[in-house]
Design a protein around this ligand. Structure first.
Ligand code: SPV
Ligand code: MG
Length: 567
C-alpha cells in the first residue's frame, strides 16, 4: 500500500484515526516509533523549528525540503499543512506535483489569504478567501495529482474568523463539490461544541478532520461519537521539545556542569540509533572495502627508556615532548595521514600519563619483567587486518610510512642503509639483507636475512636464537622499528607468537627475535631501504636531536642547520 493510499484509508475508515505532528526527520521517526499511523507536517511546528513565524516566512520550497527529510526518516503517510497553497491555483498545482514527487500523501489547504497567520492569533481579523477562488484552487490540485490516492483536505476557517456555522457549512459544501477528499473544521473554543454541531449538520457528506488544540480536555470518546474521521494532535512534539530544551539549557547555564542533566536526557547512543548509524557501519563494510583495506597500527610504548630516567619520572618515553608535542602524537599524526585510524598503543610504565586521544590504549601490566613480544601479544589478537607494528620512539619523514604501506609483501621492514655500526651508539636492530642498498635499482627486491636483537647485542658471544651472530660491521643497515604486515601475514605472525609464548624465555624476547623466527619458519620479509630521514629516541642525546629533526618536519620550521641526516 502506498503512503497516499494509507492516508486515504485513514480518512475513509470507520474508526477514529490520529495524526501526530512532526516537524523534521528526527521527530518524524520518533512519531513512527511511538506507534502513530500518520504524520501531520504542521506549518506552525515547521516554521518554529526554523525559528520563524507561522506567517509563510519560511518559503514553500524550504517546507518541501524538510518534508523530504521527514519522508526519508519515516515511512508513515504525511499530510502536509499547506497553509493557503502558497499562492493561487497555479502555485497549488506546482505544490501538488512537488509533493507527489517526494512521496507526501496529501495536503491540507485553508481558506485564508496568503500570507496567512496562525488561526490562534487574532483569528477574527483574518480575511477569508473568496469561496469561488478557493474552490478553484482545490479543483486545480485535484486535476493536477497523478496518483488518484493523493488527498486534498479543505480546511474551513469560518468559525475561527467568526463568520458562523452557516458560513462554515456553506464553504465546506462548496469545497466538497470542488473535489476535496475531506473537510478540516477548525475551532478555537475550549469546548468541542462547534465541531460537534458542524459534524451533526454535515451528516457524513465527507470525512471530517479536527484539531483539538484548544478543546484538548474533551474526552476522545466525544469525537468518536460525533463521527469524526481523523484527529490531529497538531503541535505537541514541538512543544515537548521546546520545554525539554528550555529546562536543560537553563540548568546547564546555571550550574556550569553537565552532571545534573546527563541522566535526564537520552544518551548519545540513542541519537545514533535514531539516525540508523548501524546501517551505515554495515554499508561501510560492504562498499568502502574497494578504497583499500583497513589498516591498523600497534605502537609499542611500554618502556620508560633507558638513559632517559631524568626526564621520564612522571611519564613514559613516548610522552616526551618533541618540538611542542609528545613523541607519540608525532607517530599518531603520521599514521592518521596514511588513513590508519585504528591505532593501539601498548603502554606499561606510567601508562596513565599517555594521551589517549585518537588511540586505543592497552596496558602490559607486567612491563617491568617482560619484553617487546609480551607487549605485542597484549594487542595483536584484537587485530584482523593489514597492520603496521612500530616502536613508540620513532620520528620519520612521511614518505617512509607511505612507501611502507604501499608494499604488497606479507612482511616488510624499513632498514636505514646509512646507519652503520660505526655511526650508531646502539647495538641492536642491525639488519642483514640479501643485498645492500645500491640506491639506484629502485624496485629491486631485497630480503631480510637476519636482524640483531637486543639480547644478541648485549651478549655478543651468546648463542643466537636461530642463527650465529654476525658482526655488526657486516650489516647492510639498521631496522628503524617499522614493520608492515599484510592480513595474511598477521595470521602467521599470531601463530608464531603463540608458539613462542610456550617458550620459557618468552618474557625476554623482542621483535627482532620474532622476525628471525619468521625467517626461520620460511616467511619472506622484504626490505624497504631508506637513507636517513628518521630518528629513534634512545637516550638524552637522541632526545635533543629528535627535537631538531621534528622542527625540520613542521611548516616554517628547521631550515639551514636543522639536524637531519639523510638525503
Ligand atoms: C498547524 O499545526 O500549523 C495548524 C494547526 O495549522 S493550528 O496551529 O491549530 O492552526
Ligand atoms: Mg498551520
Amino acid at each position: 500500500m502506498t503512503r497516499s493510499a494509507k492516508l486515504r484509508a485513514m480518512l475513509l475508515s470507520d474508526r477514529l484515526e490520529f495524526l501526530m505532528e512532526a516537524h523534521n526527520g528526527l521527530s518524524a521517526r520518533i512519531v513512527r516509533e511511538a506507534g502513530f499511523r500518520g504524520i501531520w507536517a504542521s506549518g506552525l511546528a515547521i516554521s518554529a523549528q526554523f525559528g520563524v513565524r507561522d506567517n509563510n516566512e519560511a518559503s514553500w520550497t524550504q517546507v518541501v525540503e524538510m518534508l523530504e527529510f521527514m519522508a526519508d526518516a519515516s515511512d508513515l503517510p504525511i499530510l502536509l499543512d499547506g497553509d493557503t497553497g502558497y499562492g493561487n491555483f497555479n502555485n497549488m498545482r506546482r505544490l501538488v506535483r512537488k509533493l507527489e514527487q517526494r512521496g507526501i500523501a496529501g495536503v491540507c489547504i485553508e481558506d485564508k489569504q496568503f500570507p496567512k497567520t496562525n488561526s490562534f492569533l487574532n483569528g477574527e481579523r483574518q480575511p477569508l478567501a473568496d469561496i469561488g477562488e478557493f474552490a478553484g484552487k482545490i479543483a486545480a490540485g485535484k486535476d493536477t495529482q497523478g496518483d488518484p490516492s493523493f488527498s486534498i483536505v479543505a480546511r474551513v476557517e469560518a468559525l475561527i474568523a467568526g463568520w458562523g456555522m452557516d458560513e462554515a457549512l456553506r464553504r465546506a459544501e462548496a469545497y466538497r463539490r470542488a473535489g476535496a477528499d475531506a473537510i478540516l473544521i477548525h475551532s478555537k473554543l475550549s469546548k468541542p461544541d462547534e465541531i460537534v454541531t458542524f459534524a451533526r449538520e454535515w451528516a457524513g457528506r465527507s470525512p471530517i478532520v479536527i484539531v483539538p488544540t484548544r478543546y484538548y480536555s474533551t474526552p476522545t470518546e466525544v469525537f468518536r461519537a460525533a463521527g469524526i474521521s481523523v484527529v490531529i494532535w497538531a503541535n505537541h512534539i514541538l512543544r515537548a521539545a521546546a520545554s525539554a530544551m528550555q529546562s536543560v539549557a537553563r540548568e546547564i547555564h546555571g550550574s556550569e556542569t553537565l552532571v545534573n542533566v546527563e541522566d535526564r536526557i537520552v544518551p548519545v547512543a540513542e541519537i545514533f540509533r535514531l539516525q540508523d548509524a548501524d546501517e551505515y557501519s554495515v554499508a561501510e563494510r560492504l562498499y568502502l572495502a574497494s578504497s583499500g583495506p583497513a589498516r591498523a597500527a600497534i605502537v609499542l610504548a611500554a618502556t620508560r627508556g633507558r638513559g632517559l630516567e631524568a626526564v621520564t619520572v612522571d611519564r613514559p618515553k613516548v610522552m616526551l615532548p618533541i618540538a611542542g608535542k609528545p613523541l607519540l602524537r608525532w607517530l599518531v599524526d603520521s599514521f592518521k595521514k596514511e588513513s590508519i585510524n585504528d591505532i593501539t598503543v601498548v603502554g606499561g610504565y606510567r601508562a596513565d600519563a599517555i594521551d589517549t586521544a585518537g588511540i586505543k590504549l592497552v596496558v602490559n601490566e607486567r612491563y617491568a619483567e617482560t619484553g617487546e613480544l609480551a607487549s605485542l601479544a597484549c594487542a595483536i589478537d584484537a587485530l584482523d587486518s593489514d597492520a603496521v607494528i612500530s616502536y613508540g620512539d620513532l620520528l620519520f619523514r612521511s614518505y617512509v610510512l607511505r612507501d611502507l604501506v604501499e608494499s604488497q609483501a606479507d612482511f616488510t621492514v624499513v632498514v636505514d642503509s646509512s646507519a652503520t655500526a660505526a655511526s650508531n651508539r646502539t647495538v641492536r636492530d642491525f639488519a642483514y639483507c640479501s643485498r645492500s642498498d645500491d640506491r639506484g635499482l629502485f624496485g629491486t627486491q631485497v630480503l631480510l636475512q637476519k636482524i640483531c636483537s637486543a639480547a644478541e647485542g648485549r651478549h655478543a658471544s651468546a648463542p643466537a636464537m636461530l642463527a650465529p651472530p654476525a658482526p655488526a660491521e657486516a650489516a647492510q643497515g639498521r631496522w628503524i622499528g617499522l614493520l608492515n604486515v599484510s592480513r595474511a601475514g598477521l595470521a602467521r605472525l599470531k601463530g608464531l607468537l603463540g608458539e613462542l609464548r610456550a617458550r620459557a624465555d618468552f618474557d625476554t624476547l623482542d621483535v627482532p627475535q620474532l622476525l628471525n623466527a619468521l625467517i626461520a619458519s620460511g616467511s619472506r620479509i622484504e626490505v624497504l631501504y631508506v637513507h636517513g630521514h628518521w630518528r629513534g629516541v634512545n637516550d638524552l642525546e637522541d632526545f635533543r636531536r629528535a627535537t631538531d629533526f621534528a622542527h625540520a618536519q613542521t611548516p616554517l620550521g628547521g631550515g639551514p642547520g636543522a639536524d637531519e641526516t639523510g638525503d
